[in-house]
Design a protein around this ligand. Structure first.
Ligand SMILES: C[S@@+](CC[C@H](N)C(=O)[O-])C[C@H]1O[C@@H](n2cnc3c(N)ncnc32)[C@H](O)[C@@H]1O
Length: 468
């Protein structure tokens, strides 16, 4: 057996005179394999653990030089790789108002909407997530409707797609920031010129705030100062005289997500809180770090940023309608929302089987704002795994959604489904939903909105009604 020489993408690129981007490309096209640190072949790499075998890379390039292999022939659509796209474009304006694991990039939506739909069309996303399809459709002068089972995702999508009196919104954001900033200063030092509270009253005031942390999660995942600052901000939202309370909630949620007691490199799926002040090796910063112990730093970081982003989208948004419906897409009745209008098409990315628990990824927001959860209605959650049974349930679930919305679609509707269908489930889903696969596009996923170094491929299925 030839021994493996495991190296990072950068190291292999240096060794063979290519760029890391080239090496990624070979992986996505299935020309070389992905390994973990122990040399085991893997489907998905955890952050920082992706390795390739330098022997394999060199063998592949030798075959290419001898004309026996080609770099590019795995049927990928080069345009859909969006290779040169800068991060600030992928996360432009409201697309970065709040992190969300599993969203697609707006440019992918734009590519298909521009080619398959006319302005004024009505686009549905039955797995709306954070609302990428709706935002992009609105920007392109199209009506949009989104369904999601998670109430928090609906909140984020509504805040992103709403129209604002931007000066008023900015003023409210800065007002809340100013108040919580004073409170934060008062926590660390009594400031005579800020006589907000008498010393004894201030202690009572803090105790009153802490009594509002009526959740085990809130009491264990945040440092004491962080918790007080976020509870104070929450109180400002609840009792303050603000018009854009949901916008402030999303801003606070973004800050709270970043200031949990977790490693800086594990924001998406942390398992346990770290003790306050503990030092750990941080892969993001390449040094020893301690978990963040306050919320105000993040509130400062996101306040002006939020105001700027909504202003930017406000100048681009059209007057077309955007409708957001919270519920289970398998059973939801769209007739009232549609008022006899038919849907021109769908652009969506369903959950994939056994990969993400969509409620759980935002547990901090559910706990902070006391939002009702509907986890049991999620299709294909991670907690149910990828067993045969889970796959079967998944197929039935997605097919049921398509059957349910089918009645509201025009006969010639284009139904685009973005899926990383490694298990080959979509032909059966289409069959069960009485739809046909009219076309497929393969794309290399290099540019994601969440950071990560694990390249993979996904398929965009074009389904049509089987009208025969
Ligand atoms: C891959 S994400 C969509 C991401 C979206 N394209 C974006 O850019 O933000 C899939 C979404 O499907 C939702 N979902 C799961 N089961 C559902 C169901 N039964 N009905 C409606 N939505 C569901 C999840 O909450 C999740 O937000």
């Amino acid at each position: 057996m030839i021994e493996k020489f495991l190296v990072t993408l950068e190291e292999s690129a240096n060794a063979v005179g290519k760029t890391p981007h080239n090496i990624r490309d070979y992986i996505q096209r299935g020309r070389i394999a992905k390994y973990n640190l122990h040399g085991e072949k893997i489907q998905r790499a955890k952050n920082g653990e992706l390795r390739v075998d330098l022997n394999e890379v060199q063998a592949f390039l030798r075959l290419v030089n001898e004309g026996q292999e080609k770099h590019h022939h795995a049927g990928l659509d080069a345009e859909l790789g969006f290779y040169g796209l800068a991060e600030r474009e992928r996360t432009k304006h409201v697309h970065r108002l709040h992190p969300y694991l599993g969203k697609f990039i707006p440019q992918l939506v734009e590519w298909f909407l521009a080619r398959y739909f006319q302005p004024d069309a009505l686009i549905l996303d039955p797995f709306m997530g954070s609302g990428t399809t709706l935002i992009q459709a609105n920007e392109m002068n199209m009506h949009a409707m989104g369904i999601d089972v998670s109430a928090f995702n609906c909140l984020v999508a509504r805040v992103k797609t709403d129209s604002y009196q931007v000066d008023q919104a900015r003023q409210e954001i800065l007002d809340a920031e100013k108040h919580v900033s004073r409170f934060s200063q008062r926590l660390t030092s009594p400031i005579p010129e800020l006589p907000l509270f008498e010393e004894s009253d201030f202690e009572l005031f803090k105790q009153g705030l802490l009594a509002e942390a009526n959740s085990e999660y809130l009491r264990t995942w945040f440092a004491p100062k962080t918790l007080l600052e976020m509870l104070y901000y929450r109180r400002l939202i609840e009792h303050g005289d603000y018009v854009y309370k949901d916008l402030l909630r999303v801003l606070l949620s973004r800050a709270v997500r970043s200031c949990r007691l977790i490693p800086h490199d594990d924001l998406a799926t942390p398992k346990h809180p770290l003790p306050v002040g503990v030092k750990y090796w941080c892969r993001k910063h390449g040094r020893m770090c301690i978990p963040i112990d306050n919320c105000i730093t993040k509130i400062h970081a996101y306040s002006e940023d939020t105001a700027r982003r909504i202003k930017e989208f406000n100048s681009l948004r059209s007057a077309k309608t955007t409708t957001i419906i919270q519920g289970d897409a398998r059973t939801i009745d769209l007739s009232e929302a549609l008022e006899d209008r038919k849907i021109d098409g769908i652009f969506t990315s369903p959950p994939y089987v056994g990969q993400i628990d969509y409620h759980d990824q935002h547990i901090y927001a559910y706990e902070l704002f006391n939002i009702t959860r509907h986890d049991t209605l999620e299709i294909g959650p991670k907690c149910k795994g990828k067993s045969q049974k889970a796959q079967q349930e998944y197929v039935e679930g997605i097919a049921k959604v398509l059957q349910n919305v089918r009645q509201f679609l025009k006969d010639e509707a284009n139904i685009f489904i973005v899926a990383n269908d490694k298990l080959g489930l979509y032909p059966e889903i289409a069959k069960q939903a009485n739809l046909v696969i009219a076309d497929q596009f393969q794309r290399a996923v290099t540019k994601r909105t969440q950071k990560g170094d694990d390249p993979y491929q996904e398929t965009i299925f074009l389904l049509k009604k089987d009208n025969h």
